[in-house]
Design a protein. Structure first.
Length: 296
């Protein structure tokens, strides 16, 4: 996932990006936008822009629509892949905006399994949305993960991207959908599949894997697996893995058989600093303090 922001936001400044974090099927970038017109563009990916603070004014045209939007915290701009933005003008500056890029066809699995319709018939509208609490929640969670790596960020954000794709499709699709995801009660993962998944997790805690990998083990779609796993364990996959990795990190710190940097990498963190912050949030101690107090 590379996004198209560098071609589009020519008079703006990028402050954060998930590019180096290894997230699957989603790219997150945090920008500030100066006033000015932007070039015409046919995006390769579906873009969801969420204003995080302040006030702004944006004029834009695309997909047969012309919009004049007074933006505020929580305003959302949808720009589906393949729809040319014929005109876009940021009239007033925007100090903080999160841009999420999803694959050009992010909804195929969702529409096939959850709605039983042809993916080719489903697509998002080119639309500005005044406020959507669910999208705002997803944006806040992603901003938090960008600023404070958790060690299971890839799993967590992948789950968020699946839920976001389903939500966008249900609420902002060009096609009226026959039934809603909420109408389908999630059945808990059966004991045989759950055992396979947990065995895989415990055997690969120090390796990088995704929710999609776990769904394959369970022979289920990502969305179906995520809901069934939560119904069976009471926790989302990323939270379950985070707890298991924390237990593993504590065991390795007690044994003093490897450096703290090695423990950080095995717990899924990209740096010792991020591991130390997350470990302190969880235990109240730094990794070195924990090792000094409990190590043998």
């Amino acid at each position: 996932m590379f996004g198209h922001s560098l071609d589009k936001y020519v008079n703006s400044t990028m402050h954060q990006t998930s590019n180096a974090l290894g997230w699957s099927n989603i790219l997150a970038e945090r920008w500030s936008h100066a006033p000015g017109e932007l070039p015409r563009l046919v995006p390769r990916e579906t873009e969801v822009a969420i204003q995080l603070s302040g006030q702004t004014l944006v004029d834009r045209a695309g997909g047969g629509r012309r919009e004049h939007t007074h933006g505020h915290r929580g305003t959302i701009w949808l720009c589906p892949a393949g729809i040319e933005e014929e005109y876009i003008n940021v009239v007033d500056p925007m100090a903080d905006c999160l841009h999420l890029f999803l694959p050009g066809q992010p909804f195929a699995e969702t529409v096939q399994r959850e709605f039983d319709i042809d993916p080719a018939r489903a697509g998002l509208r080119y639309q500005a949305v005044d406020h959507d609490p669910f999208v705002t929640m997803v944006a806040e969670q992603i901003v938090c993960e960008l600023s404070n790596e958790s060690g299971v960020g890839r799993l967590f954000v992948e789950s968020l991207s699946v839920a976001l794709s389903a939500h966008l499709l249900k609420n902002y699709s060009e096609l009226g959908l026959p039934r809603r995801l909420e109408d389908k009660a999630a059945k808990p993962l059966d004991s045989r599949r759950l055992s396979r998944v947990v065995d895989f997790i415990d055997g690969h805690l120090d390796q990088d894997f995704t929710v999609a990998d776990l769904a394959v083990i369970a022979c289920m779609s990502v969305g179906h697996f995520t809901r069934s796993f939560r119904a069976a364990t009471g926790r989302a996959p990323h939270a379950f893995v985070a707890e298991r990795r924390l237990v593993l990190a504590k065991r390795r710190l007690r044994g003093e058989c490897c450096s703290i940097e090695e423990v950080a990498l095995s717990a899924g963190f990209s740096s010792l600093a991020n591991f130390s912050k997350a470990f302190r949030r969880s235990t109240g101690l730094s990794p070195s303090q924990f090792r000094a107090r409990t190590g043998r």
